[in-house]
Design a protein around this ligand. Sequence first.
Ligand code: PMP
Length: 449
Amino acid sequence: SQLPSRKVSDKSQQILERNSRFIPGGMASVNRRTSQTLAFARGAGAYLWDVDGNRYVDYHAGFAPYILGHNDPDQQAAVNQSFADQLSNFGSGPTEQEGELAELFLQCVPTAERVQFLNSGSEATAQAIRVSRAATGREHVILIQGSYNGNQNVVAANLMDSVEMLGGRQAAGGEYPLNPITAGIPKGEAALLHPVEFNDLEAVENIARRYEIAALITEPVLQNIGIVKPDPGYHAGLRRLADHYGFKLIFDEVKTGFRAALGGYQAVCGVTPDLSTFGKAIANGFPIAALAGKTELMELAMSSDATRRVLIAGTYNAHPVTVSATLACLRKLADPELDVYGYLDRLSERLTDGLAECFDRHGLTATVVRQGSAHSFYFLPEPPRNWWEIISGHNFALDAKLRSLLIERGVYYFPTPTKQGSISFAHTAEDIEFTLQMMDDAIGSLNNA
Ligand code: PMP
């Protein structure tokens, strides 16, 4: 097959270096740093173009928000209309649109009873923990190893870096030593956080017996270390333990929400959390997040008891332009005639089946895992059940090498090992076939090297 031609200059590197004179690290999120700096100039549908004009079929989707595709025309029209209608960030009272969005959100996610809109996933998860603490009068929190739940102190203490940092594997039922992913967390706050392994109910129970637990927060499917699925019955087990020991169960659906299904992973697994957080795909790339859950918890924002009242506030919460874009996105996702989820499922299945065949054909031991329109691959014989199985068994060097070879061939998976791929409604069957050809060619070039 014909490989796409590619222009390579040092333009991306120059941009990074110039930015670094003003911005530490040269860009606004350190999670975007990779060994392979590419600066992007534009995006449309399933494609991204870098500053040298090279086109990529995009599976990174900006860390997963783009479920409709880049620069969705209906969202563009909605945003333009919001300016034509002179919607401004009034910040002065309720708007009709935020109510409309909340009603539509709760129709999409019927397991939630109330919703509040915030600006980022990190705000939503921090708020979820705060609400749980206010409701229970307790302070300890159980975190799940390998679940990323945002940048705030209350969750930025799970362990994702290396076997060395972990100091070896804990026995089942054990608690891991705390290993904050940022400096600057007060010791007293860190002492309230208890990381355990995913799919280890015994560990949750042991900690719930020892401490006054306010909440357990987890991504229902771990999607920041590829895709790690729950064992059958795991979430039902968490629900049972939460009810028995009186802590709140928080599903961080920032990645699974509106991607695993319209109703989030809670609709897939049939277990209803007390609170859940949404972001990313809810708005196809616009900065909004949601905290949703049971009325009695959500209404703590309005409690007449000042010792239990939880502050929900933010200048830009439910910004009218973002709300317009989010309404346009949810209307499309919820449209039965478009059947977005059916399309995404079929296309994702074709890609993951094709990837598995391709690895097989080349004699690579690999597992391809899919959850809705998200997928990932590991060089492991079985799908991993937790972070330890990945960090101790996956071939990170081969993963990184393949991603880099794919980028040279016009297919963009984020060049950090294990990062998930996301398919959008704008991807076509031709994009998938092209991707599979390029994967075949990339692995072939590995073998010939
Ligand atoms: N939770 C999960 C599951 C996430 O994947 C992320 C972001 N990758 C966050 C929370 C934090 O969201 P944000 O970056 O919008 O603050």
